[in-house]
Design a protein around this ligand. Sequence first.
Ligand SMILES: [Fe+2]
Ligand SMILES: [Fe+2]
Length: 292
Amino acid sequence: MAESVSEEVLVGPASQLATGDHARASTRTLLERPQMRVVLIDLQAGQELPPHRPDCDLVLAVLDGMGQLLAGEELRPVRAGDLAVVRAGVPRGLRCLEGRLVALGVVTPPPGSEDHRPLEDGSGWPKEPEVQDPVRVIHEEHVHLLEGIAELSRLAQAAPVLEARELGAALAATVGFLRTELLPHARGEELLVYPAVELLLRAGGGATSSMALDHRRIQDLTEDLARSAEVPAATLDRAAAQRQLQALSAVVTLHFDKEEEDYLPRLRQLGSRERGALVAALRGEAGVPDAG
Ligand SMILES: [Fe+2]
Ligand SMILES: [Fe+2]
């Protein structure tokens, strides 16, 4: 089971210190003493330490990624930052369903070969109960809200020709929709959905992927505008060009707001060498210093 016993000083990201070959579940022994063993567990998607019931206490700290821990009869999701204590004699197992899972395990006393025997009574991984998919629930809300949003864009197109009283009533109805439906939806997401997503992003990375999605949207809108611009002047679709310009302006403005208010100020938390390396790379300078 053990990959190697290290005697030198080890410092670095846990995911790099866990040097398994990734072909099978890896457990690298970092420290072995008569009273305890400290191991770095590295599981790729589909890999597991099968359920077993050793006569050892276990303290497990998840350092990277996410997975599932069987402790006793209960299957629990575990993610980077989670800590678990499983007493001797309690069945336990660890598995990674997607991405990678790196965890530190302190086992006392050090387990023998008997301790890793699979459970004899055939009780392996319990089945997870079927529940409703939250993605679908939120998606259905979005589909409903988008009907109201489509109305917004129709109103924007019609605004120049609508009679003032009619326009005023339509604007009031729009404000009503935004206040009673869209904004409560947004508040619900901040309260319930974003904290859950944040936990998963912390474990799996990709916190900035939504910003890259904005870039793709901006690129697509640019292509749409290019197609509008390429046609002969006589067949130019003014309304379409107007929509594309408004969409580009809205998306880019919101995107810059997010970068300026949320992302860029965080760069000041980088170390000075990292900041220097980033600036040099941004300027395309050669001899970028090592960001370490
Ligand atoms: Fe939403
Ligand atoms: Fe950007």
